[in-house]
Design a binder for this molecule. Structure first.
Ligand code: ADP
Ligand code: MG
Length: 561
């Protein structure tokens, strides 16, 4: 088959009924059909499935689609089978099939009927399947949700690790890897692990211009959320909480306050879960209070707000979860509550994990803290995290965040930045933020001792200012491109070209950071504590809310024994 002879637009119309390709789909498909390896980074909802479904449908042989979730595979298989009048165009192969079903699948593949075969990686390693697949004609291999390969992604699956070896054993065919996770670290991991360094990379913008981002200190959070939802009465929304218990409690709290809400988490029985989800999709219920278990593969276009009761464990999760708002391009308000205490809890939780998981988890948390505390455009910060430049003044959606609408007072910290950069350079560019802060404020640590940093002229040069001030300088310098975080050793800070220009006195602009928004953590804590007391002593909505909450907690505690 010659790619030049194919009218892709006609095939798109024929199979999917769409008259136009979305984004870069056409180039992606053309490259894949010409035998190239392709790597697709595209946000959720961008139309990744079609990038392998269409070429599979028009190619000779069967495309193997690796996907992590059986439920998602089943949906896709049904959807693909609906596209064609022939039976068995798409199949799932896994151990849930009985003997005769397995035979049917294998027969359909052998007879050339099956164009797409969905498999989970753990099924793919089975010798009997491997042997079979080696013997039939495979068109290409698609690896969906490819970030599952990386421990730096939000959904690491060890079974994804060995895919390269397995694919090599099956056939020498093009590979297309697709993901909605685009941090440079994950991208690098995927390409290395799959041996796809020569792949053509397609990356679409992750900017969601219609979403509004706001972070509030986690003070009076129950009341704040009730108020917010009441201001958006009748609209669809999701409230994410980290624990199942919180989900149950908070759903009930919303209910007693007249909000049409239901809980969703993996601990509920299957029937309740499906029923609650369906009610949300059918608009019988406005608000779903959920753990992260909710949302995978759910495509409700008119979710108007996503609230994070607890700050998520990574910016990746935050982006995915907030991304469920405003899928139709309409309003999407993303409100998250931030309390440094929650970060400490997550850190403690990580402390029990194996070293590599812990290290990774802590780095990811660090990025969350940076985002929550930043005074710059949230959109710019988030997109920077995905390796994307964003103009906070003229970019699409530039005004759509709390910081952009209500900018903090800025000061020029250029002189302090210069000192920091000079220090990093003369120390050989080998330290992470935490260690650099210890040196700047003159706090001894294992690292400062082992490198004898106490004896350098830098030790304690910045002790007249707070840790937080210096942290925000380093953070801003990274986001504004004066420093770069090394990908390989994630977190070690190196001087960028722009940074070197600043050191050489060639950089003439100001380096602005927020003066009044250092996010002094202890202050926020104090504030939240005193507010707590006020609420309990006060009247009105607060008292009603908390009175009911107390009762609820008692009932729930009884229920859970
Ligand atoms: P992703 O996997 O990137 O999250 P999907 O493959 O699930 O996205 O596609 C998201 C939606 O976009 C689906 O409803 C799909 O039918 C639709 N879609 C994909 N390609 C096109 C197209 N060319 N024209 C119109 N709609 C499309
Ligand atoms: Mg997808």
């Amino acid at each position: 088959m010659d790619i030049k002879d194919i009218n892709l637009s006609a095939e798109l119309k024929k199979y999917f009924g769409f008259s136009k390709f979305k984004g870069q789909q056409e180039q992606i498909i053309t490259d894949l059909l010409s035998g190239k390896d392709v790597f697709v980074l595209m946000p959720t909802g961008g139309g990744k499935s079609l990038c392998y479904q269409l070429p599979a449908l028009i190619s000779e042989g069967t495309a193997i689609v690796v996907s992590p979730l059986i439920a998602l595979m089943k949906n896709q298989v049904d959807a693909v089978n609906g596209l064609s009048s022939d039976e068995g165009v798409a199949h799932v192969l896994n151990s849930s099939l009985n003997k005769s079903q397995t035979k049917q699948v294998m027969d359909d593949i052998t007879n050339g009927k099956t164009k797409l075969l969905y498999v989970a990686p753990e099924s793919l390693i089975k010798e009997e399947y491997l042997e079979f697949l080696r013997a039939v004609k495979i068109s290409f291999v698609a690896i969906d949700e490819a970030h599952c390969i990386s421990e730096w992604g939000h959904d690491f699956r060890p079974e994804y690790r060995n895919l390269k070896g397995i694919i090599d054993r099956i056939a020498d065919v093009p590979v297309i890897a697709l993901t909605a996770t685009a941090t440079p670290k994950v991208q690098d991991d995927i390409q290395k692990t799959l041996g796809m360094n020569n792949a053509v990379v397609y990356k679409e913008s992750f900017n969601r211009a219609n979403l509004f981002y706001e972070i509030r200190p986690k003070v009076n959070v129950d009341k704040e959320i009730v108020k917010f939802i009441n201001q958006h009465k009748g609209k669809s929304g999701i409230v994410y909480c980290l624990s199942r218990r919180k989900v149950e409690e908070f759903a009930q709290l919303l209910q007693v306050n007249g909000i049409n809400a239901l809980p969703y988490h993996a601990g509920l029985d299957q029937k309740t879960r499906v029923a609650n989800q369906d009610k949300f999709l059918m608009e019988e219920v406005d608000v779903i209070v959920a753990t992260i278990a909710f949302g995978m593969g759910i495509d409700k276009p008119d979710v108007r707000f996503v609230i994070h009761y607890d700050i998520p464990k990574s910016l990746e999760s935050y982006y995915q979860e907030t991304g469920r708002a405003g899928r139709d391009g309409g309003e999407g308000y993303c409100l998250a509550f931030y309390d440094p205490k929650d970060i400490e809890k997550l850190e403690k939780f990580l402390a029990q994990k194996p070293v590599s998981e812990r290290e990774i988890g802590l780095q990811l948390l660090n990025e969350v803290v940076g985002y929550a505390e930043t005074s710059m455009s949230r959109r710019q910060y988030l997109l920077y995290y995905f390796g994307e430049k964003f103009d906070p003044v003229n970019g699409d959606g530039a005004k759509m965040c709390d910081n952009s609408q209500n900018p903090p007072k800025l000061v020029d910290a250029g002189d302090d930045l210069k000192k920091v950069l000079e220090m990093i350079k003369s120390l050989g560019e080998k330290f992470r933020t935490k260690d650099l802060i210890s040196i700047i404020v003159g706090k001894e640590s294992a690292v400062t001792k082992s490198y004898k940093l106490e004896q350098t002229p830098f030790f304690g040069f910045g002790k007249s200012k707070t840790d937080n001030y210096w942290k925000s300088i380093i953070r801003q310098a990274t986001v504004q491109d004066f420093l770069k975080k090394d990908i390989e050793t994630y977190g070690v800070l190196k001087i960028s070209e722009k940074g070197n220009q600043l050191i050489a006195g060639q950089y003439k602009d100001a380096f602005l950071i927020a003066e009044d928004r250092e996010y002094d953590l202890s202050q926020i804590k104090q504030k939240s504590d005193s507010d707590q007391i006020q609420i309990q002593a006060g009247g009105g909505l607060d008292q009603v809310l908390f009175g009911q909450l107390k009762e609820l907690r008692k009932t729930i505690a009884k229920k859970h024994g």
